[in-house]
Design a binder for this molecule. Sequence first.
Ligand code: NOJ
Length: 541
Amino acid sequence: MSVTNEISPDTPTAWWRDAAIYQVYIRSFADGNGDGIGDLAGVRARLPYLADLGIDAIWFCPWYPSPMDDGGYDVSDFRDIEPTFGTLEEAELLIAEAHALGIRIIIDIVPNHASDEHPWFKAALAAGPGSPERERFWFRPGRGENGELPPNDWQSRFGGPAWTRVADGEWFLHLYSSRQPDFNWTNPEVHAEFLDVLKFWFDRGIDGFRIDVADGLIKDPALPDVHGATTGPLPYSDMDGVHEVYRAWRKISDSYPGERIFVGEMWLPDPIRFARYLRPDEMHSAFNFDFLSCPWEAKRLREVIQSSMDSHSLVGAPPTWVLSNHDVTRHVTRYGRSGDTGFEFADRRHGTPVDRDLGTRRARAAALLTMALPGGVYVYQGEELGLWEIEDIPDELRQDPVFERTKHADPGRDGCRVPIPWGDKKPPFSFGTGGSWLPQPQEWAGYTADAQAADPDSMLSLYRKALRIRRDEPALGDGEMSWVMSLADVIAFTRDPGFTCMVNLSSEPVPLPRHESIILASGPLRGDQLPADTAVWLRTF
Ligand code: NOJ
């Protein structure tokens, strides 16, 4: 096992500007207690694997107590650990153990909404209309003669109306499931509560927060109808007042030793509005979903890369490069789809034929592309094993609320959340000793971490090599890049000193440029030719 630099809180390193951050969806990562659900004991046992992979930080999806209506994004207590995952003491041990291996810890914070089992929401229900308890959420009387219609026409992002009626006749707002009431951020109590939650976890040594639905906190208090709009200016997304929240948060993170950071989750159409969240007194970085959503096409990718670089440079923030996460179709599947290879929530193209070999070749090339670009990179658990979307989960086992709320029109996100295969020849593939909460395909026998560790040509071996080189190579990480003139379907750029990345997105081999040596390739080269759907890192003059 390679031990990286131990974390020293006092040495400024701007680590976050080019960190490789590994996303752990705890329920599906590793099960330490044999109940079929991943947990902190499982993560602790696998920390050496993560250190060996060569990542700089882990981002944990929510680990708080939760009824798990939305996989933990429905939080009932922001200051504790979900009992099926472990205890607060275990979380503290995990933080210390990760730090000793040079791995930083980022946790999710979910400020837009709570669980309906959060004590504040229970108190709001009990206290009734007009009470201060209800003012922490968005309770309103309904429209129509007897208040039988929702207060406005907003739709939940999980399908159906964004309002649910309670027994006394009032309605409450939820942009997600009806078990996720939205907080009212015009209420100073909500601000104060979250400042305190940030301190609670910073005091326990965490290095940063990933901010869920970061653009959504502030709503237009007039709650105007949107008449079916889902893009453009919306009264519940990217309202100007949201920046005040992050300015206050940044003051808290800056008051702690070391570099504690915020990473925003904002799906926004306008890169310039997006960059406003990354001004020097707000968040440090954010997920690049334009890149994630982009089809496997050279021209489109070049445009997205350039516009990401441009918008981030306006505010001096590093871009990030993301291929997959727990909400989207895994990219081996996306890139192997016939037809459109991009990603849209509105159309997951579930069931469209997939050429998995093609998707895998492209995923290998995409890994080298992302790791060569300036800025930070995210790795979603299992992408380093080349896992694909599991599309044939039986309906009765699906757990994502999206499936029910869309009346089965959208299969939901379970297919990218299937527990990780670690070893062994049959399910649960050493995920744990007690089965797995979603079924794994038998085909994963050849994709376990153990099987791949022994194979120098595996996806895992590629990620290990690439992450190591990225860490040691002076040209990579934070900094600048320059495009190289190339064929229309080829992406090529240089980084100083002496590094070229070239990705062939055409269907024919293309000649390599002049180079001193080959550092790494995503697949076999053909002499001095770069085959289709292959990327190469070159030492150049
Ligand atoms: C974004 C998270 O990534 C997703 O999993 C969750 O369902 C929604 N926010 C609501 O919290």
